[in-house]
Design a protein around this ligand. Structure first.
Ligand code: FPP
Length: 243
C-alpha cells in the first residue's frame, strides 16, 4: 500500500486530436478542450495528496506538426499561463515551465517568466509544464555538463538542462491518456521507478475523478525498487488486504 501524500504525478496528455476528430471539430478545438482538462486536474490534485504535478504539453518533436497547429498550441500555452496565474496564486500553485526556452515565441517566454516569479512562494502544489522538452536531449546535455561523476551533480546538471531551478523529484505515478502505451521521450531518468497507468480516456475528457481513480490504483500497488518485500511489509499488506 502506497503513501497517500507527497505524490509526484506526471502526465502525458494525449488524445486531443482524436477527441476533436470524433466530434467533427478542428484539432485546435481539441487542444482548447485539453486546456480545460488541465484546469480540472490542477484543481483536483492537491486534495489527492499530489504535491508535484508534471505535465507534458509540447515535445521537441512536436515542432514537426503543421505550422498552424503549432501556432494554435503556442497561443493556447501563452493564454493559459497569462489567465491561470492569478487563479494559481489564489490556490497556492507554483508554476514552472521546463524545456528549451530559446525557440519559444516571445509571448510564451514572457508569460512563463511572469507566472514563475509571481507564484514562486506558493507551496500547495508545484505545477511543472514541459514545453519544447526532450528528455533524451536534456540527459545528453546534463551528461556533457555535469562537473563530476556523482549522481547529485548529474541531477543538478539535468535540472539546469531542463531550465528548472532545482532537480525534479523522481516520478511516483506516470499517467498517459489516449490509449497509447509509450513514454514518448518524457522524463526518462525521473521515471526509472515510476508506476505506469494508461487510460483509454482522451485527455479532454479527463476529470478530477479520473485522477482520483489513477491515484487509488497506485495506492494499491506494491513498489519494491528492485528489492524483496520484508516480513513486516508482508504482514502490513495482508492486514490491508493488498497482498
Ligand atoms: C497530444 O495530443 C497533445 C498535445 C501535443 C498537446 C497537449 C496540450 C494540451 C493538453 C493543451 C493544454 C495544455 C496546457 C498546458 C494549457 P494529440 O494532439 O497528439 O492527440 P492525437 O494523438 O489524438 O492526435
Amino acid at each position: 500500500m502506497q503513501s497517500t501524500s507527497d505524490l509526484h504525478v506526471a502526465m502525458i496528455m494525449d488524445g486531443n486530436g482524436r477527441w476533436a476528430e470524433e466530434r467533427s471539430l478542428r484539432r485546435r478545438d481539441g487542444h482548447q478542450a485539453g486546456g480545460d482538462a488541465v484546469r480540472r486536474i490542477v484543481e483536483a490534485a492537491p486534495d489527492l495528496g499530489v504535491t508535484d504535478l508534471t505535465l507534458f504539453a509540447f515535445s521537441s518533436d512536436n515542432w514537426q506538426r503543421p505550422p498552424s497547429e503549432v501556432a494554435a498550441l503556442m497561443r493556447l500555452f501563452a493564454a493559459y499561463l497569462e489567465r491561470e496565474t492569478p487563479r494559481c496564486l489564489e490556490q497556492g500553485v507554483r508554476i514552472e515551465v521546463f524545456g528549451r526556452r530559446d525557440r519559444l515565441p516571445r509571448r510564451i517566454a514572457a508569460a512563463a517568466r511572469n507566472a514563475e516569479s509571481r507564484t514562486e512562494d506558493c507551496e500547495r502544489l508545484r505545477l511543472r509544464i514541459g514545453i519544447d522538452y526532450s528528455s533524451r536531449a536534456a540527459i545528453a546535455t546534463a551528461a556533457r555538463q555535469a562537473p563530476n561523476n556523482s549522481v547529485e551533480a548529474f541531477r543538478a546538471a539535468l535540472a539546469a538542462a531542463m531550465n528548472l531551478s532545482d532537480p525534479l523529484p523522481d516520478v511516483d505515478l506516470l499517467i498517459r491518456t489516449g490509449r497509447e502505451m509509450r513514454l514518448s521521450d518524457f522524463l526518462l531518468w525521473e521515471c526509472s521507478y515510476a508506476e505506469l497507468y494508461f487510460t483509454v480516456k482522451m485527455w479532454p475528457d479527463m476529470t478530477g475523478d479520473d485522477l482520483a481513480d489513477a491515484v487509488s490504483d497506485y495506492q494499491r500497488r506494491q513498489r519494491r525498487f528492485g528489492r524483496l518485500i520484508t516480513l513486516g511489509e508482508a504482514v502490513e499488506e495482508l492486514r490491508n488486504g493488498t497482498l
